[in-house]
Structure formats: structure tokens, C-alpha cells
Design a protein around this ligand. Structure first.
Ligand SMILES: *Cc1c(COP(=O)(O)O)cnc(C)c1O
Length: 349
């Protein structure tokens, strides 16, 4: 059987042997009672890395985002989000359905708010208006691109928010990718941000888990919100053990994914796929197939026959994501298979 090289997402990875060993050996207890030493260790380790007072281990990036907004906002508050953000598009309407806040989505090209436009969205409570209480950011940015937002912009947004007495939240599901891309420590990207979230289950290769970081007081309240939505978990140290391995051993390795993505993007560009190399900044490659007059559905289904999986987006767009289970040799294989696939598609009358 030919091996499948799966480039649909960096969430498809297998845990490392070290993770499995750590999970097997983990000391555990009832985390709802605050008695799981491995969860506590993961939470203090991450709080330290992000330079925040405390952290909360949760099941997913979506849960981290929802718990953050539930904790930071009151029902009916207005919050500002980026129109192409995960929290606004891919969380089953949770901002409305779970958090009962009113999102005001504005464009933010490359994840960067126009500060003048942003400030215009901020409204004070009056007899007819609900107050703006939160500004959300995302890094890396965009549903399918992995663009890096530099720490200076994040700081500017937090300063604007402070001026108006508003809180800030950074959805940093792939913040380690941004940090590696700019070769900066991750805490620099959330200086001044009230609450930051990150995923362990993407580039870091964990089976499950995300983290929320903020003040002691925020985390105490967020822990109760996690419980409210059913996210209290018992011997979660089994999963936290993999998270500790991820934070200690898997961060620097992300650089390889970025090198692989770059090589793959250059190769695909040579094969005629539409790629803007300036937007290949981390581990995600966004390709347009319209120069080849092939639809994404057809391309992806043929590519799968050749042993490579990519994710179809729109009618003519696909994305490929590099991760720890894709080696640099695999990149050469993907390019070869893509070439074969394109030949086959051309030969069809
Ligand atoms: C993946 C992702 C999430 C959600 O994480 P899940 O663990 O899939 O729920 C949230 N925000 C961003 C920016 C993401 O990339």
C-alpha cells in the first residue's frame, strides 16, 4: 500500500513516541478538584512561556476562544473581530449562540487592523447602544493562509484598547508558527494582551488540547466557564503530559515545516499553480488552480489517487499544510506526484 502524504492540515499528526511515553507515565488526579499534578505542571509551564500569571488547559482551540469571550464579556456586549477570523467563521456561531455577544466583523488585511477604522467601531454604552468590551486578534491569520502578524501591530491594538478601557484577546492557535517565522519568543506577541490562546494539537503535534493564558483572576473565572460548557475534565493529565513534551521539545522543530512549505510552494509555482510566495510565511500554502483550468474538487480527488491529500477550498483553490509527519523527502515526492497528477488530468479528453 502506498503511503498517503496528508497535507490537509497540521492537525492530522500522530503523537511522538516521547508523547506516548509521557502519557503512559503521567501522574494524574481529578482536575475538576484541582488535583491533577500533570495538568498543573502544563499550566504553569505555559503561563511562564507566555509571560502571563496563569493558564487553563482546555480541550480545543474553539473551546479556548469561547471560554475567553464568555469570561471577558457580558451578554449583549459588542466585540470587534476580524472578518476572516476563525472565531467569527468557524465556531458554529458560538459568539452569538454560546457567548450571546454581538460581533462586529471588520476587514483586516493580512490580519492587520486599520487602526482608524478600528477606533471608529468602538462604541460607548448609551440608551440605544451596547458597549464595545473586547477586541479580538488572530496570529497566524486567516482561515487558510498562515500569515504572520508582527508584535508591533498587536501592541498598537492593545494600546488603542487600553485608551478606551477595552480588553484584548489574541487567538494564537498557531502563534508558535508566527514566533518561529520571526525568530522571536512567543511572549513578545502577547505583551499587553489580556488573554491569549494557543493550540497544542496543530504544529506542536499533540493529540488534543489548547491553552488559555491571562491573569490569575481571569483564569479563576475562565475555569468556571469551562465547567459551565462541560469542559471540566478529570484525569486530563494523560493529555497534559503530551502538552508538556510539546512545549519542551516541539517548538523549534516548526522551523522545518516552514522550510518545507517554502520548497513545496516554489516547486508548485514551477508546475504552474497560482501561488503568491510572499504569502507563504509559515506552514500553509494557498494555491489557485484557475491558471490550470482545473477545479479544486477534481484536482484533490486525482491527487489522492496519487497518494497526496490536499484540502479543497473554493471552486479553484486548495491549501496544503506542512507538519511534523511530512519530511523534506516527502516534499520531493509531493512535487513528483503533483506533476504526474497534472499530466493525467491533461490527458483526459
Ligand atoms: C484551528 C484554529 C482554532 C480552533 O481550534 P480547534 O482545536 O480546531 O477547535 C481556532 N482559531 C484558529 C486561528 C485556528 O487556526
Amino acid at each position: 500500500m502506498t503511503r498517503i502524504i496528508d497535507l490537509r492540515s497540521d492537525t492530522v499528526t500522530q503523537p511522538t513516541e516521547r508523547m506516548r511515553d509521557a502519557m503512559r507515565a503521567a501522574l494524574v488526579g481529578d482536575n475538576v478538584l484541582g488535583e491533577d499534578p500533570t495538568v498543573s505542571k502544563l499550566e504553569s509551564l505555559s503561563a511562564e512561556m507566555f509571560h502571563k500569571e496563569a493558564a487553563l488547559f482546555v480541550a480545543s482551540g474553539t473551546m479556548a476562544n469561547q471560554v475567553a469571550v464568555l469570561t471577558l464579556c457580558n451578554h449583549g456586549d459588542q466585540i470587534v473581530v476580524q472578518d476572516r477570523s476563525h472565531i467569527f467563521n468557524l465556531e458554529v456561531g458560538g459568539l452569538a449562540g454560546t457567548c450571546a455577544v454581538q460581533p462586529r466583523a471588520i476587514p483586516a488585511q493580512f490580519g492587520v487592523y486599520d487602526l482608524i477604522q478600528l477606533e471608529q467601531q468602538i462604541q460607548l454604552a448609551d440608551i440605544q447602544r451596547s458597549p464595545t468590551t473586547l477586541i479580538c486578534m488572530e496570529n497566524t491569520f486567516d482561515l487558510n493562509r498562515g500569515l504572520v502578524v508582527n508584535p508591533e501591530h498587536i501592541l498598537e491594538v492593545t494600546q488603542l484598547a487600553n485608551k478606551h478601557g477595552i480588553k484584548t484577546f489574541l487567538d494564537g492557535a498557531r502563534l508558535f508558527n508566527a514566533a518561529i517565522a520571526l525568530d522571536l519568543p512567543v511572549h513578545l506577541f502577547c505583551e499587553g494582551v489580556n488573554v491569549v490562546a494557543t493550540c497544542l494539537s496543530k504544529g506542536l503535534g499533540c493529540p488534543i488540547g489548547s491553552l488559555l493564558m491571562g491573569t490569575e483572576d481571569f483564569i479563576t473565572r475562565a475555569r468556571r466557564m469551562r465547567q459551565r460548557i462541560g469542559g471540566g475534565w478529570r484525569q486530563a493529565g494523560i493529555l497534559a503530559a503530551a502538552g508538556i513534551v510539546a512545549l519542551e521539545e516541539m517548538v523549534d522543530r516548526i522551523a522545518e515545516d516552514h522550510i518545507n512549505a517554502r520548497r513545496l510552494a516554489e516547486g508548485l509555482l514551477d508546475l504552474g499553480l497560482g501561488i503568491d510566495l510572499s504569502q507563504v510565511q509559515t506552514n500553509i500554502i494557498f494555491c489557485n488552480l484557475s491558471p490550470l483550468r482545473i477545479t479544486s474538487e477534481i484536482f484533490c480527488s486525482y491527487l489522492t489517487e496519487f497518494g497526496v491529500k490536499a484540502k479543497a477550498i473554493g471552486q479553484f483553490e486548495i491549501r496544503m499544510v506542512t507538519h511534523k509527519d511530512v519530511s523534506s523527502q516527502d516534499i520531493a515526492v509531493v512535487l513528483e506526484k503533483t506533476m504526474d497528477c497534472l499530466k493525467k488530468i491533461k490527458d483526459i479528453p
